[in-house]
Design a protein around this ligand. Structure first.
Ligand SMILES: [Zn+2]
Length: 119
């Protein structure tokens, strides 16, 4: 079982990570499709060569996939932060999650064993 101090420090780690993610997400500034003026800034310009176009598109797609990774991680963190009595408890077998797993990812939902079976 985790001590209240351990839970506190894991949650503190998650909060720090959450702040970092929120800042990163804010820096993306993905254009809103509702604003026609933003259109040019993310659609490849027709003046560029095909090669440049491809580069611009792939950069844009990269941004989008990074953004969705960050959003998914943010969801995980928020879920873990909401847990009180179940923090650090495996959702499958109800045993304590190993600290070596929580050290890597304090938002882990499963112990090492159950995590293996799921992935
Ligand atoms: Zn388990």
């Amino acid at each position: 079982m985790l001590t209240p101090e351990q839970i506190k420090s894991y949650k503190q780690e998650l909060k720090t990570e959450k702040e970092k993610i929120l800042k990163e997400l804010a820096s993306f500034g993905i254009p809103k499709s509702s604003d026609p003026n933003d259109f040019d800034s993310f659609m490849p310009s027709s003046k560029l060569s095909d090669e440049d176009n491809a580069l611009e598109v792939s950069e844009y797609l990269n941004k989008l996939s990074t953004e969705s990774l960050l959003e998914n991680r943010l969801k995980e963190i928020n879920q873990a932060l909401k847990k009180t009595k179940t923090f650090g408890i495996c959702e499958k077998c109800n045993k304590s999650i190993e600290t070596k797993k929580l050290d890597v990812n304090p938002a882990s939902d499963f112990c090492i064993n159950c995590g293996k079976n799921i992935n």
